[in-house]
Design a protein. Structure first.
Length: 455
């Protein structure tokens, strides 16, 4: 069944929306005023609709600080055209499916998102620090009912859009852009009764002319967190790009880029656990830092920290994440080879993130929504994978109405990538709900861009 009629929608690369019956372009200067008026009537008025497909897809309005943002309704990501900014593959193809609705709860009425965390935001006396994803990733702290530290990082990254790639993004991602959209993503989230954005320490981009002013702001932010060593101590969340990790008098210290004067203490226990748990991420970082100083990737640190009365911060729990030059997360060299091949060949794709899932659980590395004869989930079967991996991957992709591309690393080099599709004029967008495999000779694409859409 098709939704609406051809021509009653906008090219998804240039989104527009229906707000109270009026068509408003995403780049229109009047959009904020329209959203403000619709937000005041949200309890009784009609929902805005994204016009990326005939008939549109319902959206909701979130207020973040003084601005208003259109967000997709929960579970409607696959209903949007694949080139629409609101498109999202089915949550079941990534770790998001396990935590959505339990650890992550969205309220379309007020635009808020409530998060349940599996790690503390206060510090009490204990014998040793914690590494975010330890030796037992399937422990109680990392079940689907609560977000692990890695799970929260992945959710922020996905909501900020840095797990998505199109050729048009080339050369347009930098720390100022990353910081802006991470803070924007966190703006409507609450955790343990507090706004998540207020808990984040994300260094503002370095400015040589304003470095003293910036350092003063950072110092003031840290001192507000400072507390006596006795009793519960409040924690904040550091999110930054690692600049260096080096020995100090009482252990090691971690310094992030754009905040060179702030040294986060790592005692010997957390340092040794970090080296053991994140060996792959640190090896990536070490290799690229010696490759003639090329910016081949970035090492991201995310974790909780406390601040003593002296104003010095100390890490309590952390995770490391290596990302490509385009800020797309990778787990190992096989991920990196595949994502770099997709990027070089000009493909659009969405990187699936693991959230709380254990490394042994099947996960699509990426999703290519523009392939023919169907969207494609890309899987990597690494040497030593569970014998049922291939069957599970095919089942997951089939349930989402997609084809499966598989790279069995023990058997062959990177196979040819799936062929891209050029949408046919007059093609519609399949209705939501269950899907089935295409019949012989039938082209089935539940995420096909509608007629007139820009490719």
């Amino acid at each position: 069944m098709l939704r609406g009629t051809a021509g009653a929608h906008s090219p998804p690369d240039r989104p527009s929306y229906s707000i109270d019956g009026r068509a408003v372009a995403g780049a229109d200067e009047s959009l904020q005023a329209e959203l403000r008026a619709a937000y005041s009537q949200r309890a009784t008025g009609p929902r805005p609709r994204c016009r990326c497909i005939p008939g549109g897809v319902e959206m909701y309005i979130a207020r973040i600080a003084t601005n208003f943002h259109l967000k997709r309704m929960p579970g409607t990501g696959p209903d949007h055209a694949w080139s629409c900014p609101s498109f999202e593959p089915p949550a079941g193809l990534s770790g998001l499916g396990e935590v959505l609705g339990s650890a992550i709860s969205e309220d379309p009425l007020d635009g808020s998102t409530t998060l349940k965390l599996g790690f503390p935001l206060t510090k009490v006396a204990r014998k040793a620090p914690v590494i975010g994803e330890g030796a037992e990733p399937e422990s109680v702290a990392t079940t689907g009912s609560r977000l692990s530290l890695r799970g929260l990082l992945h959710y922020l990254w996905e909501q900020a859009g840095f797990n998505r790639w199109t050729p048009a993004m080339s050369g347009k991602r930098s720390w100022p852009v990353v910081r802006k959209y991470l803070l924007e993503a966190a703006g409507g989230m609450t955790a343990k009764g507090a706004g998540l954005a207020a808990l984040l320490f994300i260094p503002e981009p370095w400015n040589e002319q304003r470095k003293d002013e910036q350092a003063a702001r950072r110092r003031a932010q840290l001192l507000r967190l400072a507390s006596a060593p006795k009793g519960a101590r409040r924690l904040m969340l550091l999110l930054g790009e690692v600049r260096r990790i080096e020995p100090s008098r009482y252990g090691h210290r971690l310094v992030v880029k754009h905040a060179p004067e702030v040294e986060f203490a790592l005692n010997e226990d957390i340092y040794k656990a970090m080296r053991r748990r994140f060996e792959t991420e640190l090896a990536f970082w070490d290799a690229q830092s010696h490759a003639d100083q090329r910016a081949d990737g970035h090492l991201v640190v995310f974790g909780t920290f406390s601040v003593s009365l002296t104003g010095y911060p100390a890490m309590e729990e952390l995770v490391l994440m290596f990302v490509t030059q385009n800020w797309i997360p990778v787990d190992d060299g096989f991920d990196l080879a595949l994502l770099e091949a997709l990027t070089r060949s000009g493909h659009r794709f969405t990187r699936s993130l693991r959230y709380n899932l254990a490394p042994s659980q099947a996960l699509a590395t990426a999703v290519m929504p523009e392939t023919t004869p169907a969207p494609t989930a890309l899987y990597i079967a690494r040497s030593g994978a569970d014998p049922s991996f291939v069957a599970k991957a095919q089942e997951m992709a089939g349930n989402a109405g997609m084809a499966t591309w598989l790279w069995e690393t023990a058997e062959a080099d990177l196979p040819p990538l799936p062929r891209r599709e050029t949408p046919a004029v007059g093609a519609g967008h399949a209705s939501g709900g269950a899907t089935s495999a295409p019949a012989d000779g039938e082209v089935f694409n539940p995420w096909r861009a509608p007629a007139g859409a820009a490719n």
